[in-house]
Design a protein around this ligand. Structure first.
Ligand SMILES: Nc1ncnc2c1ncn2[C@@H]1O[C@H](COP(=O)(O)OP(=O)(O)OP(=O)(O)O)[C@@H](O)[C@H]1O
Ligand SMILES: [Mg+2]
Ligand SMILES: [Zn+2]
Length: 369
Protein backbone atom coordinates (compact mmCIF):
# COMPACT_ATOMS: atom_id res chain seq x y z
CA UNK A 1 0.00 0.00 0.00
CA UNK A 2 1.42 3.38 -0.91
CA UNK A 3 1.88 5.81 1.93
CA UNK A 4 -0.22 8.96 1.86
CA UNK A 5 1.64 11.83 3.49
CA UNK A 6 0.06 12.75 6.82
CA UNK A 7 -0.35 16.37 5.84
CA UNK A 8 -2.50 15.31 2.88
CA UNK A 9 -4.36 12.63 4.77
CA UNK A 10 -5.29 15.13 7.49
CA UNK A 11 -6.21 18.12 5.38
CA UNK A 12 -9.29 19.66 7.03
CA UNK A 13 -12.47 18.49 5.30
CA UNK A 14 -14.85 20.56 7.41
CA UNK A 15 -14.52 23.91 9.16
CA UNK A 16 -14.64 22.12 12.49
CA UNK A 17 -11.46 20.20 11.54
CA UNK A 18 -9.63 23.48 11.21
CA UNK A 19 -7.09 24.25 13.91
CA UNK A 20 -6.41 27.85 14.98
CA UNK A 21 -7.18 30.80 12.63
CA UNK A 22 -10.34 31.29 14.64
CA UNK A 23 -10.92 34.81 13.30
CA UNK A 24 -10.90 33.45 9.74
CA UNK A 25 -13.10 30.44 10.45
CA UNK A 26 -15.69 32.57 12.24
CA UNK A 27 -15.89 35.22 9.55
CA UNK A 28 -16.03 32.74 6.67
CA UNK A 29 -18.57 30.38 8.22
CA UNK A 30 -20.67 33.40 9.21
CA UNK A 31 -20.69 34.68 5.64
CA UNK A 32 -21.57 31.26 4.23
CA UNK A 33 -24.47 30.68 6.59
CA UNK A 34 -25.81 34.18 5.96
CA UNK A 35 -25.32 33.86 2.21
CA UNK A 36 -23.09 36.92 1.98
CA UNK A 37 -20.37 35.49 -0.23
CA UNK A 38 -17.83 37.97 -1.55
CA UNK A 39 -16.55 37.77 -5.13
CA UNK A 40 -12.91 37.97 -4.18
CA UNK A 41 -10.97 36.75 -1.17
CA UNK A 42 -7.34 37.10 -0.30
CA UNK A 43 -5.73 34.67 2.14
CA UNK A 44 -2.27 35.68 3.23
CA UNK A 45 0.15 34.34 5.80
CA UNK A 46 3.05 31.98 6.44
CA UNK A 47 3.50 28.60 4.78
CA UNK A 48 1.54 25.59 5.97
CA UNK A 49 -0.99 27.50 8.06
CA UNK A 50 -4.14 26.55 6.13
CA UNK A 51 -4.61 29.01 3.24
CA UNK A 52 -5.09 26.45 0.49
CA UNK A 53 -7.10 24.21 2.80
CA UNK A 54 -9.43 27.10 3.67
CA UNK A 55 -9.78 28.07 0.00
CA UNK A 56 -10.90 24.54 -0.90
CA UNK A 57 -13.23 24.37 2.08
CA UNK A 58 -14.85 27.65 1.15
CA UNK A 59 -15.26 26.43 -2.43
CA UNK A 60 -16.76 23.17 -1.22
CA UNK A 61 -19.17 24.81 1.20
CA UNK A 62 -20.57 27.33 -1.25
CA UNK A 63 -21.12 24.72 -3.94
CA UNK A 64 -22.39 21.95 -1.66
CA UNK A 65 -25.74 20.64 -2.93
CA UNK A 66 -26.96 19.50 0.48
CA UNK A 67 -26.10 22.54 2.54
CA UNK A 68 -29.21 24.29 3.83
CA UNK A 69 -29.74 27.96 4.42
CA UNK A 70 -28.24 29.06 7.71
CA UNK A 71 -25.62 26.28 7.66
CA UNK A 72 -21.96 26.58 6.81
CA UNK A 73 -20.43 23.07 6.80
CA UNK A 74 -20.14 21.20 3.49
CA UNK A 75 -21.75 17.75 3.57
CA UNK A 76 -18.77 15.87 2.06
CA UNK A 77 -21.29 13.48 0.49
CA UNK A 78 -22.89 15.21 -2.52
CA UNK A 79 -21.39 15.03 -6.03
CA UNK A 80 -19.98 18.50 -5.77
CA UNK A 81 -18.25 17.88 -2.41
CA UNK A 82 -16.90 14.51 -3.55
CA UNK A 83 -15.58 15.98 -6.79
CA UNK A 84 -13.68 18.64 -4.85
CA UNK A 85 -12.35 16.10 -2.35
CA UNK A 86 -11.13 13.96 -5.22
CA UNK A 87 -9.60 16.87 -7.10
CA UNK A 88 -11.79 16.57 -10.17
CA UNK A 89 -14.36 19.36 -9.83
CA UNK A 90 -14.85 21.07 -13.16
CA UNK A 91 -16.15 24.28 -11.64
CA UNK A 92 -13.14 24.71 -9.41
CA UNK A 93 -9.99 25.93 -11.12
CA UNK A 94 -6.78 25.88 -9.10
CA UNK A 95 -3.96 27.80 -10.63
CA UNK A 96 -0.44 27.97 -9.31
CA UNK A 97 0.73 31.46 -10.17
CA UNK A 98 4.32 30.40 -9.58
CA UNK A 99 4.27 28.41 -12.84
CA UNK A 100 1.36 30.03 -14.73
CA UNK A 101 2.28 33.60 -14.24
CA UNK A 102 2.07 35.23 -17.66
CA UNK A 103 -0.49 37.38 -19.39
CA UNK A 104 -1.66 34.49 -21.60
CA UNK A 105 -2.44 32.38 -18.56
CA UNK A 106 -4.58 35.14 -17.08
CA UNK A 107 -6.31 35.80 -20.43
CA UNK A 108 -7.18 32.13 -20.59
CA UNK A 109 -8.44 32.32 -17.02
CA UNK A 110 -10.62 35.32 -17.86
CA UNK A 111 -12.19 33.40 -20.71
CA UNK A 112 -12.79 30.37 -18.50
CA UNK A 113 -14.37 32.51 -15.81
CA UNK A 114 -16.88 33.98 -18.20
CA UNK A 115 -18.35 30.57 -18.95
CA UNK A 116 -21.10 29.66 -16.56
CA UNK A 117 -20.36 26.88 -14.10
CA UNK A 118 -21.26 23.47 -15.47
CA UNK A 119 -22.53 21.60 -12.45
CA UNK A 120 -22.59 24.04 -9.58
CA UNK A 121 -23.84 27.41 -8.53
CA UNK A 122 -20.45 29.10 -8.53
CA UNK A 123 -17.32 28.94 -10.60
CA UNK A 124 -14.41 29.20 -8.22
CA UNK A 125 -10.84 30.15 -8.99
CA UNK A 126 -8.09 29.56 -6.51
CA UNK A 127 -4.98 31.49 -7.45
CA UNK A 128 -2.12 30.24 -5.31
CA UNK A 129 1.15 32.13 -4.84
CA UNK A 130 -0.61 35.09 -6.43
CA UNK A 131 2.28 37.46 -5.70
CA UNK A 132 4.23 35.65 -8.42
CA UNK A 133 2.09 36.93 -11.31
CA UNK A 134 3.84 39.17 -13.83
CA UNK A 135 2.89 42.82 -14.07
CA UNK A 136 0.82 42.36 -17.24
CA UNK A 137 -0.92 39.38 -15.75
CA UNK A 138 -1.77 41.33 -12.63
CA UNK A 139 -3.28 44.14 -14.69
CA UNK A 140 -5.39 41.69 -16.64
CA UNK A 141 -6.52 40.11 -13.39
CA UNK A 142 -7.39 43.49 -11.96
CA UNK A 143 -9.87 44.12 -14.78
CA UNK A 144 -11.62 40.86 -14.01
CA UNK A 145 -11.68 41.58 -10.31
CA UNK A 146 -13.27 44.96 -11.02
CA UNK A 147 -16.19 43.41 -12.84
CA UNK A 148 -16.37 39.73 -12.04
CA UNK A 149 -19.22 37.70 -13.54
CA UNK A 150 -21.92 37.10 -10.90
CA UNK A 151 -21.21 33.37 -10.86
CA UNK A 152 -17.48 33.75 -10.10
CA UNK A 153 -15.61 33.65 -6.80
CA UNK A 154 -11.88 34.38 -6.75
CA UNK A 155 -9.70 33.17 -3.92
CA UNK A 156 -6.15 34.49 -3.98
CA UNK A 157 -3.55 32.99 -1.67
CA UNK A 158 -0.10 34.33 -0.97
CA UNK A 159 2.79 34.15 1.47
CA UNK A 160 3.99 37.61 0.39
CA UNK A 161 1.10 40.04 0.51
CA UNK A 162 3.56 42.96 0.65
CA UNK A 163 4.66 42.03 -2.87
CA UNK A 164 1.15 42.41 -4.26
CA UNK A 165 -0.36 45.35 -6.01
CA UNK A 166 -2.39 47.40 -3.48
CA UNK A 167 -5.20 47.79 -6.02
CA UNK A 168 -5.55 44.00 -6.15
CA UNK A 169 -5.48 43.68 -2.38
CA UNK A 170 -8.13 46.35 -1.94
CA UNK A 171 -10.49 44.56 -4.35
CA UNK A 172 -10.47 41.50 -2.12
CA UNK A 173 -11.82 40.67 1.27
CA UNK A 174 -8.58 40.03 3.10
CA UNK A 175 -7.83 37.45 5.79
CA UNK A 176 -4.48 37.19 7.55
CA UNK A 177 -3.47 33.69 8.58
CA UNK A 178 -1.13 33.37 11.56
CA UNK A 179 1.52 30.89 12.60
CA UNK A 180 -0.10 28.19 14.69
CA UNK A 181 0.57 28.12 18.43
CA UNK A 182 2.53 25.29 20.05
CA UNK A 183 -0.65 24.31 21.84
CA UNK A 184 -2.69 24.07 18.63
CA UNK A 185 0.02 22.09 16.90
CA UNK A 186 0.30 19.65 19.79
CA UNK A 187 -3.46 19.17 19.88
CA UNK A 188 -3.53 18.30 16.19
CA UNK A 189 -0.58 15.91 16.52
CA UNK A 190 -2.36 14.15 19.39
CA UNK A 191 -5.48 13.78 17.28
CA UNK A 192 -3.47 12.28 14.43
CA UNK A 193 -1.61 9.87 16.70
CA UNK A 194 -4.87 8.73 18.20
CA UNK A 195 -6.29 8.07 14.74
CA UNK A 196 -3.09 6.26 13.71
CA UNK A 197 -3.19 4.26 16.96
CA UNK A 198 0.30 5.24 18.02
CA UNK A 199 1.17 5.94 21.64
CA UNK A 200 3.59 8.72 22.56
CA UNK A 201 5.71 10.27 25.25
CA UNK A 202 4.32 13.82 25.71
CA UNK A 203 7.72 15.45 25.44
CA UNK A 204 8.20 13.87 22.01
CA UNK A 205 5.19 15.85 20.77
CA UNK A 206 6.55 19.05 22.25
CA UNK A 207 9.82 18.59 20.39
CA UNK A 208 8.03 18.10 17.08
CA UNK A 209 5.74 21.08 17.72
CA UNK A 210 8.69 23.31 18.51
CA UNK A 211 10.54 22.14 15.42
CA UNK A 212 7.55 23.00 13.22
CA UNK A 213 7.98 26.75 13.66
CA UNK A 214 4.30 27.53 13.48
CA UNK A 215 3.56 25.53 10.34
CA UNK A 216 1.10 22.64 10.62
CA UNK A 217 2.44 21.16 7.41
CA UNK A 218 5.95 21.13 8.91
CA UNK A 219 4.64 19.52 12.06
CA UNK A 220 2.85 16.81 10.14
CA UNK A 221 5.86 16.13 7.92
CA UNK A 222 8.14 15.85 10.94
CA UNK A 223 5.64 13.51 12.57
CA UNK A 224 5.62 11.43 9.38
CA UNK A 225 9.37 10.99 9.58
CA UNK A 226 9.20 10.10 13.28
CA UNK A 227 6.37 7.59 12.76
CA UNK A 228 8.66 5.26 10.86
CA UNK A 229 10.63 4.81 14.08
CA UNK A 230 7.53 4.68 16.27
CA UNK A 231 5.96 1.91 14.18
CA UNK A 232 9.08 -0.23 14.47
CA UNK A 233 8.28 -0.94 18.13
CA UNK A 234 6.20 -3.96 18.97
CA UNK A 235 3.65 -1.61 20.50
CA UNK A 236 3.80 1.55 18.32
CA UNK A 237 5.30 4.32 20.41
CA UNK A 238 6.74 7.75 19.71
CA UNK A 239 9.76 8.12 21.99
CA UNK A 240 11.50 11.32 23.04
CA UNK A 241 14.98 9.95 22.50
CA UNK A 242 14.21 8.81 18.98
CA UNK A 243 12.52 12.08 18.05
CA UNK A 244 15.42 14.04 19.44
CA UNK A 245 17.89 11.95 17.48
CA UNK A 246 15.91 12.20 14.27
CA UNK A 247 15.46 15.95 14.53
CA UNK A 248 19.11 16.39 15.49
CA UNK A 249 18.18 18.07 18.76
CA UNK A 250 20.34 18.48 21.80
CA UNK A 251 19.39 17.47 25.35
CA UNK A 252 18.93 20.25 27.89
CA UNK A 253 21.38 18.46 30.16
CA UNK A 254 24.20 18.81 27.63
CA UNK A 255 23.63 22.55 27.29
CA UNK A 256 23.59 22.80 31.09
CA UNK A 257 26.98 21.08 31.18
CA UNK A 258 28.40 23.52 28.67
CA UNK A 259 27.14 26.51 30.67
CA UNK A 260 28.77 25.01 33.80
CA UNK A 261 32.11 24.84 32.04
CA UNK A 262 31.79 28.46 30.96
CA UNK A 263 30.86 29.56 34.47
CA UNK A 264 33.91 27.76 35.83
CA UNK A 265 36.13 29.46 33.24
CA UNK A 266 37.20 26.16 31.68
CA UNK A 267 37.75 27.40 28.12
CA UNK A 268 39.52 24.29 26.83
CA UNK A 269 36.89 21.89 28.09
CA UNK A 270 34.02 24.08 26.90
CA UNK A 271 35.45 24.17 23.37
CA UNK A 272 36.02 20.41 23.47
CA UNK A 273 32.43 19.84 24.55
CA UNK A 274 31.13 22.03 21.75
CA UNK A 275 33.14 20.04 19.19
CA UNK A 276 32.03 16.76 20.65
CA UNK A 277 28.34 17.73 20.34
CA UNK A 278 28.90 18.85 16.78
CA UNK A 279 30.62 15.53 16.06
CA UNK A 280 27.50 13.77 17.32
CA UNK A 281 25.51 15.30 14.50
CA UNK A 282 24.03 18.33 16.24
CA UNK A 283 24.22 21.22 13.80
CA UNK A 284 25.77 24.55 14.82
CA UNK A 285 22.37 26.11 14.06
CA UNK A 286 20.67 23.87 16.59
CA UNK A 287 23.55 24.32 19.03
CA UNK A 288 23.32 28.09 18.94
CA UNK A 289 19.53 28.06 19.09
CA UNK A 290 19.52 25.85 22.16
CA UNK A 291 22.31 27.74 23.94
CA UNK A 292 20.54 31.09 23.43
CA UNK A 293 17.27 29.54 24.57
CA UNK A 294 18.86 28.03 27.63
CA UNK A 295 20.65 31.21 28.66
CA UNK A 296 17.43 33.15 28.22
CA UNK A 297 15.73 30.90 30.75
CA UNK A 298 18.67 31.28 33.14
CA UNK A 299 18.26 35.05 32.86
CA UNK A 300 14.49 34.97 33.29
CA UNK A 301 14.86 32.85 36.42
CA UNK A 302 17.59 35.14 37.71
CA UNK A 303 15.21 38.08 37.39
CA UNK A 304 12.28 36.17 38.84
CA UNK A 305 12.67 32.65 40.26
CA UNK A 306 8.92 32.15 39.98
CA UNK A 307 8.88 32.92 36.27
CA UNK A 308 6.69 30.57 34.26
CA UNK A 309 5.44 30.44 30.72
CA UNK A 310 3.91 28.01 28.31
CA UNK A 311 7.25 27.46 26.55
CA UNK A 312 8.78 26.23 29.79
CA UNK A 313 6.13 23.57 30.29
CA UNK A 314 8.43 20.81 29.12
CA UNK A 315 11.30 21.57 31.46
CA UNK A 316 11.54 19.18 34.39
CA UNK A 317 11.66 20.60 37.95
CA UNK A 318 15.31 19.47 38.13
CA UNK A 319 16.17 21.34 34.95
CA UNK A 320 14.52 24.49 36.28
CA UNK A 321 16.40 24.18 39.58
CA UNK A 322 19.64 23.77 37.69
CA UNK A 323 18.97 26.94 35.69
CA UNK A 324 18.16 28.92 38.83
CA UNK A 325 21.36 27.75 40.49
CA UNK A 326 23.44 28.62 37.44
CA UNK A 327 21.93 32.10 37.41
CA UNK A 328 23.43 32.74 40.82
CA UNK A 329 26.91 32.23 39.37
CA UNK A 330 26.64 35.25 37.05
CA UNK A 331 25.86 38.90 37.58
CA UNK A 332 22.91 40.06 35.53
CA UNK A 333 25.16 42.25 33.43
CA UNK A 334 27.53 39.38 32.69
CA UNK A 335 24.65 37.10 31.74
CA UNK A 336 23.24 39.71 29.37
CA UNK A 337 26.56 40.18 27.64
CA UNK A 338 27.01 36.41 27.26
CA UNK A 339 23.56 36.15 25.67
CA UNK A 340 24.52 38.97 23.33
CA UNK A 341 27.65 37.09 22.29
CA UNK A 342 25.67 33.94 21.50
CA UNK A 343 22.98 35.90 19.68
CA UNK A 344 25.68 37.32 17.45
CA UNK A 345 27.10 33.83 16.93
CA UNK A 346 23.64 32.56 16.03
CA UNK A 347 23.37 35.15 13.28
CA UNK A 348 26.75 34.14 11.88
CA UNK A 349 26.67 30.33 11.90
CA UNK A 350 24.61 29.99 8.74
CA UNK A 351 26.99 31.87 6.51
CA UNK A 352 30.36 31.08 8.06
CA UNK A 353 32.63 28.73 6.10
CA UNK A 354 33.47 27.03 9.40
CA UNK A 355 30.05 27.10 10.95
CA UNK A 356 31.17 26.11 14.45
CA UNK A 357 33.70 28.95 14.65
CA UNK A 358 31.28 31.75 15.65
CA UNK A 359 30.18 29.58 18.59
CA UNK A 360 33.78 28.83 19.61
CA UNK A 361 34.49 32.56 19.58
CA UNK A 362 31.42 33.22 21.70
CA UNK A 363 32.57 30.62 24.25
CA UNK A 364 36.08 32.11 24.46
CA UNK A 365 34.77 35.66 24.75
CA UNK A 366 32.13 34.88 27.30
CA UNK A 367 34.77 33.38 29.55
CA UNK A 368 37.18 36.26 29.06
CA UNK A 369 34.81 39.19 29.43
N1 LIG B 1 -5.09 25.54 10.37
C1 LIG B 1 -4.90 24.22 10.07
N2 LIG B 1 -5.66 23.28 10.65
C2 LIG B 1 -5.45 21.96 10.36
N3 LIG B 1 -4.52 21.52 9.49
C3 LIG B 1 -3.75 22.43 8.88
C4 LIG B 1 -3.90 23.82 9.12
N4 LIG B 1 -3.00 24.49 8.38
C5 LIG B 1 -2.32 23.57 7.71
N5 LIG B 1 -2.75 22.31 7.99
C6 LIG B 1 -2.19 21.06 7.47
O1 LIG B 1 -1.10 21.40 6.62
C7 LIG B 1 -1.37 21.01 5.28
C8 LIG B 1 -0.99 22.15 4.36
O2 LIG B 1 -1.83 23.25 4.58
P1 LIG B 1 -2.21 24.28 3.43
O3 LIG B 1 -1.89 23.70 2.10
O4 LIG B 1 -3.60 24.71 3.66
O5 LIG B 1 -1.20 25.43 3.79
P2 LIG B 1 -0.92 26.83 3.05
O6 LIG B 1 -1.16 27.90 4.06
O7 LIG B 1 -1.68 26.88 1.78
O8 LIG B 1 0.65 26.73 2.79
P3 LIG B 1 1.53 27.26 1.53
O9 LIG B 1 1.73 28.72 1.75
O10 LIG B 1 2.82 26.51 1.68
O11 LIG B 1 0.78 26.93 0.29
C9 LIG B 1 -2.83 20.67 5.24
O12 LIG B 1 -3.08 19.63 4.31
C10 LIG B 1 -3.15 20.24 6.64
O13 LIG B 1 -2.81 18.87 6.80
MG1 LIG C 1 -1.08 26.80 -0.21
ZN1 LIG D 1 -21.97 18.59 -0.26
Amino acid sequence: MSHLALYRKYRPQKFSDFVGQKHVVEAITGAISQGTISHAYLFDGPKGTGKTSMARLLAKAINCQNRKEGESEPCNKCDSCLDINNGRAIDLLEIDAASNRGIDDIRQLREDVNFRPVKSQYKILILDESHRLTKDAVNALLKTLEEPPAHAVFILATTEVYNMLPTIVSRCQRFDFHNLSLEDIKKQLMKILKAEKVDYEPEALSLIAQGAQGSMRNAESLLDACLTLALAHEKPMLKVEEVRGLLGLIEVEKVAGLVDLMAEGKTGEAIASLNELSGQGISPTELSRSIVNYLRYVLLFQINPEFDSFEMMDLSPEEKEKMKKQGQGFTQEKLCSIIDLFLEAQRKVDYSAISLLPLELAVVRSIET
